[in-house]
Design a protein around this ligand. Structure first.
Ligand SMILES: Cc1ncc(COP(=O)(O)O)c(C=O)c1O
Length: 510
């Protein structure tokens, strides 16, 4: 790669070393930064322009990339042109292409253009909004963006919040806050050697995300403290089973502290009955945490608000902008009406973090989370909300929901395929199940054959390189998930996924 440098004249090309690299001290010179940044943007714009030319899953075997890289780091400096050349030669071809419009696996996400630019500016400013003092702009922009998102999601102003890295962290913070709200004073005393308080229990459906169980592991409650509540035939929590579990735990001397309701579960995007769960939580004095990490983005659409009835009764809510809100990883929005409980769980201010030169109270966000240092995540959200506008975001999310509804209708119309769950958002769970096998699934052999055939079917579609699907198990059946949520996905990509599923299924039966 050879690019002329325009302004400072420090370098003739990016293939040369910056004089500052040779025996100098300090950072890359501003002149080289300017030229290298322009060149980097060119490489990246080319990538985004041609991302559809890549196979979504890179055709490599484990270890083969490692073998192409030097095992020792370079002792001397290398020109930036060589590093950028390797981005195109080694990095891009060996990435799994989440930015590809055929990426329909897990929950498809997008690092949108404005979000990427926000990340770039964030990195250049090098902010750390752990205290207001260490980043007034990071802190106050976060306050403003949290307020923007809260209002856009239709939530009342009793909610305040912060941006964390992931929903896993957001839910961990919520459960730690629930523990404080229950009066355990675990932040000060811990839980060990305190049999008098009874074992704390957190309730979540058997379809809730593993991050809830992990939060219990991490907070010292143990996995066994996460009581998995059975679900109904559409994978939503059964409130009668929740009430029975609560009664059994209380009778056994345990201490229920929180219940997690999910709006948009990971496997099938099911919606738990939040109004009934909120009634139980209120009656039992439990902290109600709503996990809308994926589904929450749909609350932007007034027409879809019925899915979110009563979520404003929650004590805390998580929605992930890095899922269906087109924000580059990482960004998770944690909202709570009980911020003092979050602070009780995590505030610890040693002398060296006290700000001495201000009178009025400010948000020092580190007091609401386990980490001290934190990224300025608000800027990329500020970029993308301004760039698309709420109206533009709504239009895109609505288009994804409509693509999913169209696919669901086609699956329903095909006698050899079966849809395995309702489609409240933009994800369709389906499987191939030839018409002649309907009603024969009591036979374990038939079930096993169907599971194996669907696994092969998904592998065949993924081998195309043009579409990437992932799977789950629903009612102990292998389910293929088609998750629409990438900004670049158009109806033609979903149509292609469906055509591949049908043609590969036909091939499997030949
Ligand atoms: C419902 C739900 N909650 C939580 C998570 C965890 O998200 P994160 O990767 O941000 O921790 C996921 C991930 O897919 C999810 O689907």
């Amino acid at each position: 790669m050879t690019l002329p440098i325009d302004d400072a004249g420090l370098l003739a090309t990016l293939d040369d070393l910056d004089p500052a690299q040779l025996g100098g001290l300090g950072d890359m010179s501003p002149g080289q930064f300017r030229a290298a940044a322009h060149a980097t943007v060119d490489v990246l714009a080319d990538y985004l322009e041609h991302v559809e030319d890549f196979a979504i899953l890179p055709p490599i075997e484990p270890g083969t990339l490692r073998d192409q890289l030097p095992s020792e780091p370079p002792d001397g400096p290398e020109p930036i042109g060589a590093i950028l050349g390797d981005v195109a030669r080694l990095v891009e071809p060996n990435a799994t292409h989440w930015q590809h419009p055929g990426f329909l696996a897990y929950f498809a996400t997008t690092a949108s253009g404005p979000g990427i630019l926000g990340e770039f500016v964030t990195a250049v400013l090098g902010q750390n909004p752990m205290l207001w003092r260490t980043s007034p702009v990071g802190t106050e922009l976060e306050e403003v963006v949290v307020g923007w998102l809260r209002r856009a999601l239709g939530l009342p102003d009793v909610f305040d919040g912060l941006l964390t890295d992931t929903a896993s962290t957001s839910s961990l913070i919520a459960i730690a806050a629930a523990r404080e709200a229950a009066g355990l004073d675990a932040a000060a005393l811990g839980l060990a050697g305190r049999p008098e308080i009874g074992a704390p229990v957190v309730y979540a459906s058997e379809e809730a995300h593993s991050s809830i169980e992990k939060a219990c592991m991490t907070l010292g409650l143990g996995r066994s403290a996460c009581r998995r509540i059975p679900t109904d035939d559409v994978y939503a929590m059964r409130t009668d089973a929740l009430e029975a579990a609560l009664a059994a735990d209380r009778a056994a001397g345990r201490l229920p502290i929180a219940v997690v309701a999910t709006i948009g579960t990971t496997s099938s995007t099911a919606v738990d009955p939040v109004p009934a769960i909120a009634d139980v939580a209120e009656r039992e004095g439990l902290w109600l945490h709503v996990d809308a990490a994926y589904g929450g983005a749909a609350a932007l659409l007034p027409a879809r608000r019925a899915l979110f009835v009563s979520w404003e009764r929650a004590d805390s809510i998580v929605v992930n902008p890095h899922k269906w809100f087109f924000t580059p990883l990482d960004a998770s929005l944690l909202l709570s009406r009980r911020m003092p409980s979050l602070r009780a769980a995590f505030s610890l201010v040693p002398e060296y973090l006290r700000t001495l030169d201000r009178e009025q109270p400010v948000h020092d966000f580190n007091e609401y989370q386990p980490q001290l240092g934190r990224r300025m995540r608000a800027l990329k959200l500020w970029f993308l909300v301004r760039y698309f506008g709420l109206e533009g975001l709504r239009r895109r999310i609505d288009a994804h929901c409509r693509m999913a509804a169209d696919l669901a209708a086609q699956v329903d119309a095909d006698p050899d395929f079966e849809r395995l769950a309702p489609v409240p958002f933009s994800t369709v769970c389906l499987r191939w199940r030839p018409a002649e096998l309907v009603g024969r699934e009591d036979d374990p052999e038939v079930r096993a054959r169907l599971d194996a055939a669907n696994e092969r079917l998904m592998a065949a579609v993924n081998a195309s390189g043009e579409i990437f699907l992932s799977h789950t198990r629903l009612q102990d059946r292998f389910a293929i998930r088609v998750a629409i949520g990438n900004l670049r996905t158009e109806p033609r990509h979903v149509a292609h996924a469906w055509a591949l599923l049908r043609s590969e299924a036909a091939r499997l039966t030949r």
